[in-house]
Design a binder for this molecule. Structure first.
Ligand code: PLP
Length: 455
């Protein structure tokens, strides 16, 4: 069996040229270029037509460089080459594209083609070694750029091959190698899982509790992708995210409005914080579908009445609601017009908390516009709007590992500053967070960043 190091992402280039097998000067030059690249560990996929190239672009996300002959099919070369460029750019704005041309045909290259590509290759004028070097440099720049902050740092750290002197005690997986069952476990999951299982004493990766280093950078990145003022990575599920928010926002004896159709973690959070729940009853139709809470139950008068009628709100308790939690979308997939909820419920309460455990994808499809907590742009969310929280289980409807969750925050009225919020975060977070889960949050954000995530 040959040993294949699994740590390296393979380099891969797509080369599209009509004369690949022709006995012409251009044909010889492209074949030589492909050979040079293969000799330098770049896998070259050859395509002789634009249609074939487009099929490859759609099916192989590991293509990290596209080399496109500008003279494909002389009759309508422009349109055909453009269709390839469009297919690449629909998937990625960053993947490097080189146009293969000679200096005489370069003058015919249209402006829109130049805008969609990065550079030229003068196939017959430069040596294949030089061209190959430029291609590899472009692939490496792309690879450095494409990995999001925390996962990128984790990959780079794993390439330094440091011994592990920190927890977890399996020390990079070596503990498993000494027993049969341990070895079976190690082989099943693969070395990288164990090599990247780090502790907060590894300074290079930063700290989840301090939100520093690459982990902090990843939270800033996720905030940009999901439209928050700030975002927190949580490695114990949205169950914990809900508890962090509640414990930061309300204390003993304060009235909290709560969707009766809430997750049990919200009940636990209210029990721990000592909040007094006043429930908002959602509809249930004859199919058994739950939600939404009808707008007439969200008006100032309706809220005041439900608090007055709440037997838990006894003498001496301030009836002002401090926090409101709404499940969006519901388990049955019903979502709210959040702008409208902000207007209605925001007239009674300064802090709105949307449990969006099943709704992390909403920002990336225009049909959900206005229907999720972080709708619109964060810069437009000013101090006279309510402060808005969202909890999202990135492991549910985005691609992350189990227990990965995010808290997104937009500051508005009665904001909770980071230092205070983080006290609650640290109370609920483990001091040994799982780095693979954090990396999966980072990657789930990166997968939604850019054109490939748009419908
Ligand atoms: C699943 C769920 C949660 C809890 O999320 P975990 O990531 O499983 O901890 C919270 N709220 C709602 C509405 C959920 O469906």
């Amino acid at each position: 069996m040959t040993y294949k190091p699994q740590r390296r992402l393979g380099m891969k280039a797509l080369l599209i040229h009509e004369e690949l097998s022709a006995k012409t000067a251009a044909g010889r030059a492209v074949r030589e270029l492909a050979e040079v690249l293969e000799g330098r560990q770049v896998e070259v996929i050859l395509a002789q037509s634009a249609l074939d190239a487009i099929a490859i672009i759609h099916s192989d996300p590991m293509v990290q460089c596209v080399l496109l002959d500008w003279d494909l099919n002389l009759d309508d070369s422009h349109e055909i080459a453009m269709s390839v460029l469009d297919a690449v750019r629909e998937r990625s704005e960053a993947v490097p594209i080189f146009l293969l041309a000679d200096r005489s045909s370069a003058a015919t290259i249209a402006l829109d083609a130049m805008q969609k590509s990065d550079d030229f290759i003068w196939l017959l004028e430069d040596t294949s070694v030089f061209i190959g070097g430029r291609i590899i440099a472009a692939i490496q720049r792309y690879r450095d750029e494409v990995l999001p902050p925390m996962f990128g740092a984790l990959v780079r750290f794993s390439q330094v091959y440091e011994y592990s002197w920190h927890t977890p005690g399996h020390t990079g997986g070596t503990a498993f190698l000494k027993s049969t069952v341990g070895r079976a476990f190690f082989d099943f999951f693969g070395e990288n899982l164990f090599r990247s299982d780090l502790s907060i004493s590894v300074g290079e990766l930063g700290s989840l509790l301090d939100h520093s280093g690459p982990i902090g950078a990843s939270e800033v990145y996720a905030a940009r992708v999901f439209g928050a003022h700030r975002t927190y990575h949580v490695t114990n599920g949205s169950s914990t995210s809900n508890r962090v928010i509640l414990m930061a926002s309300v204390t003993r004896g304060q009235v909290t409005l709560c969707d009766r159709n809430c997750h049990k973690s919200v009940e636990h959070a209210m029990t721990m914080s000592g909040a007094i729940p006043t429930y908002l009853l959602p509809l249930r139709n004859h199919y058994g579908l739950i939600g939404p809470i009808p707008p007439q139950h969200l008006t100032v008068e309706a809220i005041r009445e439900s608090i007055v009628n709440n037997p838990l709100v006894s003498e001496g308790i301030d009836p002002t609601p401090m926090h409101a939690i709404v499940t969006n979308s519901t388990y049955d997939g019903l979502c709210y017009n959040v702008s409208r909820v902000e207007e209605l419920l925001g007239a009674s309460v300064d802090r709105l908390h949307f449990d969006e455990a099943w709704f992390g994808y909403a920002r990336f499809n225009p049909i959900y516009r206005e229907r999720f907590a972080m709708h619109g742009e964060p810069a437009d969310h000013g101090p006279n709007r309510p402060t808005v929280f969202a909890t999202q289980s990135t492991h549910k409807l985005l691609a992350a590992l189990s227990q990965a969750s995010m808290i997104h925050i937009r500051d508005g009225r009665r904001p909770i500053d980071h230092a205070r919020f983080n006290e609650s975060f640290m109370m609920h977070a483990s001091t040994s967070p799982n780095y693979a889960i954090i990396a999966s949050n980072d990657v789930s954000a990166a997968m939604m960043d850019g054109p490939a995530a748009r419908p």
